[in-house]
Write a protein that binds this ligand. Structure first.
Ligand code: HEM
Length: 439
């Protein structure tokens, strides 16, 4: 493709002969700039501002410039420009997601913009490699001139964290101070305002809570899933009892107990809400159910894009964590255990930010705990199958397809189904299920 800045005036593209001439003139070094005030590459990109913004602190006292400080400044500026683009994308994604109804055709736009953010984060991770061509000794030559300036004061980085949905209570603080104290008043107020607005996590949570089928009376996913898990557990128990080898039985029992505990917790709404308060869960109970439903029924046309969206959100989380990790390991190599210019313990502080507490879509990452073998996934009711085969919206309000004649309707909507107690009943249930009897 031709360079967009090298287009010729349209009047010259009148006929084929002139097109050929233009081609020739290009090869002859034709200059398209006619007037002083023509828009040029330089003006369009405001390069005067950007390219004159590398003032080396090392030269301030009339000293000789420290060569590597130039790279240090350029690297940080490149990061900040990419942060700006990420914020631009996230704002647009949030606007789309905050609509009361998310039209499914817009999901594609959300996914492609999210993927762009992920690609930028990957690029940022690689940028540390360029900075690492500066040795720790070279860095020392100008480190003292930085005073208390630190990446800790990056407004855009904090805004990104807030927009993504980093939980404020889970931040690692140093000196028992809020990160906000590192900012001048105007920036602090903007960050506080951003904190009061819905984050990507909040918006995704609302969207997931509206997953079609969660509340449809023709298909109460959660109840059906519980029934299926009960029978799976009962079969596991049976198999454990049938095992003759002591060691193998021990192992099977341990696996059974663990699986049962996981599912008992999953189906306990109160427990979930307590974990939510403690920030050990990120999604509400209903949103979690929606996510699981999308994971299970991802092959249904209406869930194709939602499934991809969830994958992208997990990639985003992972890439953001990699960014933290790459920065942290570079800092260790660059300054060892020296304290940071921003006043933290340096590497040790940064290391503690590379943990689950800073993960945003933690529940999505942990969702695999609750996946069951394909033949255990509750089959969709015919109405639900129909509903998921067409395009629509993830909307609030009554389900569109209600069919009380659906055979699974009564079983599915029984609110009393809970994880079976370890009784013979559950075993009997499993046997019935195995023999094809509807439990
Ligand atoms: C020689 C290179 C670098 C060193 C030695 C370094 C060191 C540090 C240290 C020690 C901290 C902890 C806060 C403090 O006490 O100062 C920090 C925080 C931070 N740095 Fe860097 N840094 C470097 C390069 C970068 C680059 C290129 C970026 C890109 C923008 C960056 C962004 C950040 C951010 C955003 C934080 C806050 C992290 C958080 O609180 O979770 N740093 N850096």
């Amino acid at each position: 493709m031709a360079c967009p800045y090298f287009t010729l005036p349209t009047t010259r593209v009148a006929n084929r002969t002139s097109v050929i001439r233009q081609g020739e003139s290009r090869q002859n070094g034709f200059c398209p700039i006619q007037n002083e005030d023509d828009l040029t590459y330089h003006k369009y990109l405001q390069l005067d501002n950007i390219l004159n913004a590398q003032t080396l602190r090392s030269t301030l006292d009339g000293q000789k410039p420290v060569h590597d400080e130039h790279l240090f400044i350029i690297t940080h500026q490149a990061f900040e420009l990419w942060f700006r683009q990420i914020l631009y994308e996230i704002d647009s994604i949030s606007r789309i997601l905050s609509a009361e109804y998310l039209e499914e055709r817009k999901s594609l736009c959300v996914i492609s913009r999210l993927n762009r953010v992920i690609a930028i984060l990957k690029l940022c991770c690689d940028q540390f490699g360029v900075l690492e061509t500066m040795t720790p000794q070279d860095f020392l030559d100008f480190r003292d001139t930085l005073g208390v300036a630190s990446g800790f004061q990056s407004y855009q980085f904090r805004l990104m964290e807030i927009r993504f949905g980093v939980i404020d209570d889970l931040r690692v603080s140093y000196d028992r101070k809020s990160f906000l104290e590192a900012f001048p008043n105007n920036e602090r107020q903007l960050l506080e305002k951003a904190q009061s607005e819905p984050s990507l996590l909040d918006l995704v949570n609302d969207w997931l809570s509206r997953t079609p089928g969660l509340k449809a009376r023709s298909f109460d996913f959660w109840c059906r899933f519980k029934v299926s898990v009960n029978s799976m557990l009962a079969e596991m128990k049976l198999a454990t009892q049938d095992e003759c080898d002591d060691v193998a039985r021990e192992r099977m029992l341990w696996r059974y107990d663990k699986t049962k505990k996981n599912f008992t917790e999953l189906f306990d709404e109160e427990h979930h809400n307590n974990l939510l308060k403690l920030h050990e869960r990120r999604l509400t109970y209903q949103a979690m159910q929606g996510a699981l439903m999308i994971f299970f029924y991802r092959d249904e046309p209406r869930f194709h894009l939602p499934y991809q969206l969830l994958q992208s959100l997990m990639d985003l989380d992972r890439q953001f964590m990699k960014l933290r990790y790459n920065h942290t390991s570079m800092v260790q190599r660059m300054v060892g255990s020296k304290v940071g210019t921003g006043g933290s313990s340096g590497y040790l502080y940064l290391r503690s930010t590379c943990s689950d507490r800073y993960k945003i879509f933690l529940d999505l990452l942990n969702l695999s705990t609750y996946l069951v073998p394909r033949d255990r996934i509750p089959p969709l009711s015919s109405e639900m199958k129909k509903s998921l085969s067409i395009e629509g919206c993830f909307e609030i309000g009554p389900p569109r397809f209600l069919d009380e004649r659906d055979p699974g309707y009564l079983t599915g909507s029984n609110p009393n189904v809970s994880i079976a107690k370890d009784t013979d009943d559950s075993v009997e249930m499993a046997v019935k299920e195995r023999n094809g009897t509807l439990v």
